[in-house]
Every structure is written in structure tokens, then in C-alpha cells.
Design a protein around this ligand. Structure first.
Ligand SMILES: Nc1ncnc2c1ncn2[C@@H]1O[C@H](COP(=O)(O)OP(=O)(O)O)[C@@H](O)[C@H]1O
Ligand SMILES: [Mg+2]
Length: 330
């Protein structure tokens, strides 16, 4: 199963502006702009997490660029990329070939633009000007005050609002209906209270609760304070048995859907491995496993990409499991 199917936040991400929940003024403003797409300006989206900023940007790309929109859209995360030079190189490569024929321009979506230093933003502004003939930018940020004025003044600014109770509850109820899951209104309201207008977080909790069968008071409570340890243990066992792809999917479900932090994942993994360290079987392999965990924990602390690191960790566990036959001894 693909991540897109696995995660309801992706599965139910609107593909058309008309399907976006609320944000009506923004959607109407953008539709007016797109009535003559060639005149699309650079845009700056600001607002809290999980309210539709990236979703709207992707809808615009679909609308303006048509069927092959993915080929002409570059999605970057300013805080992921190592500095402005990386952004510059990527944009340069992306905009190099201008034989774009049927499309008016390419679109660069730059998320977390407010994570960039003012110096980097100045460089970004220059990049935007240099590629004005070939590209339009959609910059996304949480706080508009963190964006330098020369960029603000070159963009049309849209301020996204956090979503209201009814918006969130109705959307969650719709998803339950589409998934054929029973739910109680009270439970959906509890999810809203906990996530205060962040629809991504709300959908993730809904999915976690639904994995208990019904979305009710008990399953939502348990989704909110889920017991992670057993699930992490399951991932580790799968990896040691050499079942890397299942282990990876379950790991992503824990970190992305349930919101378990990567470092907590490693902490629980260590506890699970220690748990049966007392029986002394494969003591050498176990200390090797703990050494590996410590190494990956360190890599996360120094800022390596978490998904990649955890996947590499599981691959390494699979390797050790194979050599020591730990996996098959269970
Ligand atoms: N306004 C919205 N309408 C419909 N779905 C939304 C909306 N806002 C958030 N979502 C859901 O939450 C997920 C994350 O939304 P996203 O647009 O990436 O948020 P952000 O504002 O952080 O960029 C989407 O995949 C979608 O499932
Ligand atoms: Mg986003």
C-alpha cells in the first residue's frame, strides 16, 4: 500500500479548490486570479499548521498546469534543504529548460519560508527575480512577520485561518462515512477540542481512533494517549525477521499517523530489545543492536532526515537479524 492510501490526510487531501474546507475568501480570491492564469503573481501563504496552505498551492498547480502538473511543479522545504544554495541550484536546474510549450510557467512551492534567515531570503528574492520569465513562486509560512519586506511586497498575500469546530467535525464525519466507520459526534468534537483547528492533526487522530473499530469516547482517548511500546516492538520484530517493507510501513504509521517522535521510537525500541536481554540468548547480537540504536539516536539529534534515518535503522536491524538468526529464533 502506498503512503497516499495508508494515510487519510493524503487520501482525503482535496484536489480541487472547490473541495477545500472553508478558507472561502482565499479560494474566491485565487479563483479570480486564475481566471487569467498567465497573469498569476507570486503568492505568499501564511497561517497556522494543518489549515490547507499546501493543499491550496497544489490545487493551483493542478489548475494552471493541467494533467502533467507534477512535471512542472517543484516542491521544496526551506528548512529541509541545506541552505539557500541548495534552493538556488534546485530552482536553477528546474527552470533551465524553458521549452514549456503549452504551460504558461513552472511553479515553485517553497514551504517553511519563514525558517530561512533574512540573508537567505534576500538571496531567494533574487532567485525569484532571475526566474520571473519561467516561474511563479508560492511561498508558505506560519508567520508573515518573519518574511522580509522586499519579498512581501512582491507577492500577493493570503492569510489562512484555523478551521472552525463545524468545519472540522463535518469533515471528520464525512471521512468516517467514506471509510464506513461508525462514529459518535461527541468523539469528533473531542478530537476538535484537542487539535484546535489543525485539520491534519485531527484527521491523524481520527485514523488512529478508527483503528480500534469505532470512533467513540474510548477509542479517541486511547488514540490520544496511545500505548506505543508494543507497536514499536512489533516493528522491531518485523525488521529482525527481514521483513523490511512491512516494518517500514508500520514505522511510518506510528511516526506520521500517530505522531510518535522518531527519538521516542528509538527509546521504545531500546526498551523492547532490553526486555528479553535477560535470557542471555544472542547477548552479542543484542549489544550490537543497542549500539546501532545509539548511533541512529545520535544522528537524529544532530539533525539528519528522520524518515531516512529510521528506514536505514530498520534495514540495519534486518541485516543483524539475518546474521544472528535472532528474527527466526522467535
Ligand atoms: N482547508 C482544508 N480543507 C480540506 N482538507 C484540509 C484543509 N486543511 C488541511 N486539510 C487536511 O490536512 C492535511 C494537511 O493540510 P495542508 O494543506 O498540508 O496544511 P498546511 O496548512 O499545514 O500546509 C491535508 O492533506 C488535508 O487532508
Ligand atoms: Mg504545509
Amino acid at each position: 500500500m502506498s503512503i497516499e492510501q495508508l494515510m487519510w490526510v493524503e487520501k482525503y487531501r482535496p484536489k480541487r479548490l472547490d473541495d477545500v474546507v472553508n478558507q472561502r475568501e482565499i479560494v474566491e480570491g485565487i479563483k479570480r486570479i486564475l481566471s487569467s492564469p498567465a497573469g498569476m503573481p507570486n503568492m505568499l501563504f501564511a497561517g497556522p499548521a494543518g489549515v490547507g496552505k499546501t493543499t491550496v498551492a497544489l490545487c493551483i498547480a493542478r489548475e494552471v498546469l493541467g494533467e502533467y502538473w507534477r512535471d512542472y511543479t517543484l516542491e521544496l522545504n526551506a528548512s529541509d534543504e541545506r541552505g539557500i544554495n541548495m534552493v538556488r541550484e534546485k530552482v536553477k536546474m528546474f527552470t533551465r529548460y524553458t521549452s514549456i510549450g503549452s504551460i504558461p510557467f513552472k511553479i515553485v512551492i517553497l514551504d517553511e519560508a519563514d525558517e530561512m534567515t533574512p540573508e537567505a531570503q534576500t538571496a531567494l528574492r533574487r532567485i525569484m527575480e532571475d526566474s520571473a520569465n519561467t516561474s511563479r513562486f508560492i511561498l508558505i509560512c506560519n508567520y508573515i512577520s518573519q518574511i522580509i519586506e522586499p519579498i512581501q511586497s512582491r507577492c500577493v498575500i493570503f492569510r489562512f485561518k484555523s478551521l472552525a469546530r463545524d468545519d472540522v467535525v463535518n469533515h471528520l464525519a464525512n471521512i468516517c462515512k467514506l471509510e464506513g466507520i461508525r462514529y459518535e459526534d461527541k468523539a469528533l468534537e473531542m478530537i476538535y477540542e484537542f487539535t484546535s483547528g489543525d485539520l491534519r492533526h485531527a484527521i491523524n487522530i481520527l485514523q488512529a481512533a478508527a483503528s480500534h473499530g469505532t470512533v467513540n469516547d474510548a477509542s479517541v482517548r486511547s488514540a490520544l494517549g496511545i500505548s506505543y511500546k508494543a507497536r514499536v516492538g512489533e516493528v522491531i520484530r518485523l525488521a529482525l525477521e527481514g521483513n523490511f517493507s512491512d516494518a517500514r510501513l508500520k514505522m511510518l504509521e506510528l511516526t506520521r499517523v500517530h505522531g510518535l517522535s522518531e527519538r521516542d521510537f528509538i527509546k521504545f525500541a531500546g526498551e523492547e530489545i532490553m526486555k528479553d536481554a535477560s535470557n542471555n540468548k544472542d547477548a552479542g547480537a543484542k549489544s550490537e543492536l543497542l549500539r546501532i540504536l545509539a548511533e541512529y539516536d545520535y544522528r537524529l539529534v544532530v539533525g539528519a532526515h528522520p524518515d531516512i534515518q529510521l528506514a536505514a535503522l530498520l534495514a540495519e536491524l534486518a541485516r543483524v537479524g539475518k546474521i544472528s538468526k535472532m528474527g527466526s529464533s522467535r
